[in-house]
Design a protein around this ligand. Sequence first.
Ligand code: PLZ
Length: 445
Amino acid sequence: MTMPGEHSADLHKRRSAAVARGVSSMISSYVDHASGGTLSDVDGREWIDLAAGIAVTNVGNSNPKVVEAVRRQAERFTHTCFMIAPYEGYVAVCEQLNALTPGSFEKRSALFNSGAEAVENAVKVARHATGRRAVVVFDHAYHGRTNLTMALTAKDMPYKHGFGPFAGEIYRVPMSYPFRDGLAGPDAAALAIGLIEKQVGADQVAAVLIEPIQGEGGFVVPAPGFLPSLAAWARANGALFVADEIQTGFCRTGDWFASTHEGLEPDLVTTAKGIAGGLPLAGLTGRAELMDAVHPGGLGGTYGGNPIACAAGLAAIETMRELDLAAAARRIESVMLPRLREFQQRYQYIGDVRGRGAMLALEIVVPDSAPPGRLTAERGWAKGAALGATPDAAKTAEIQRRAHTAGLLLLTCGTYGNVIRFLPPLVMDDPTLERALDLLEFALQ
Ligand code: PLZ
């Protein structure tokens, strides 16, 4: 961790006396203001932002349209509770979600405060609509920190450690992880499906819940064919296919949603993060007959779809459309990916470069543990060969520390803590992006 400036150090003292230790921060500098591509701390230092608040500020921080929408709505009314006295903003956000999520069938949506809450409600709807209980999730999955979503999340430390007992009827199967399993998508799916059928029972499954590209678990992009095979199995067996698009959604991967990439039409989709330019808002969208299976009053909450958050959401969505931020994410990929591959050629400890759009990552390994053919990157090596690519979490942390010292805000992720991930705001301009890559190169040296 970098040495904080004077004002940050003062704030840190106050924080230590006031804020619970369990809530930690990646850096010890305190933010004063932020924009489309940078954060400035209270001591006047600037950071290039490759975090976007964990894939939230896709339209940039304090995006002018979002700020104006928030201001106007705050002046009209701040809260009524949609369950008490409804308002247009909530309806309009649901209309947008229904139109933008994949699938041309009739849809309905409901709004919540956080990603975890949206996922919880996906499970509620899936169980209610199917009359079944089992929920299938995957290795490395991340779905939240509430009790039910901790059960859905894979990783013990820090998310689950000491917080059990967890909710029941959750079953975990292997994820397609090309760098580590060397399996083609349909083969990886057959493995997962075989386990579901033998250990859970096909007719017991309410939902197969998956991140189309895993976020916290390591930016794991499943091999082509994995997701379509699972979706087809779910359809054939009366289970719902549920896509958690909380991190991948809202233009992040070069389309409105990552499911679109392989032509998936999930029965239910969860959204949050990028939806509202930084205000807390989350959505659950799905086939009308499934969503409407729940009795009136069965879904809701005091703040879900708060009017200010909805106004911000509408402004953010309009901005994504106007600026074509899906194309912007593809452009970010075209700028970043060649540089990342060049780094991979130079640094043997970069085992894998992966991701899509503005959701890219490097997996850091112990070089000698990797198979010799690794750097050709075409996965021509034998099945499972990369299992020898020992994760190097210490080096990953060191790279991150060096980046932070140089003024580049970088996140890590992964079950083994050895993945460096890049989540720039989608409005980041090319010079800032190039500068970020130069700083990354410095950190990698
Ligand atoms: N599903 C796919 O990525 C949130 C969590 C950070 P909430 N990811 C960032 C942390 O350490 O708490 C996330 C996600 C996916 C669900 C969630 C949960 O969203 O808004 O944090 O509840």
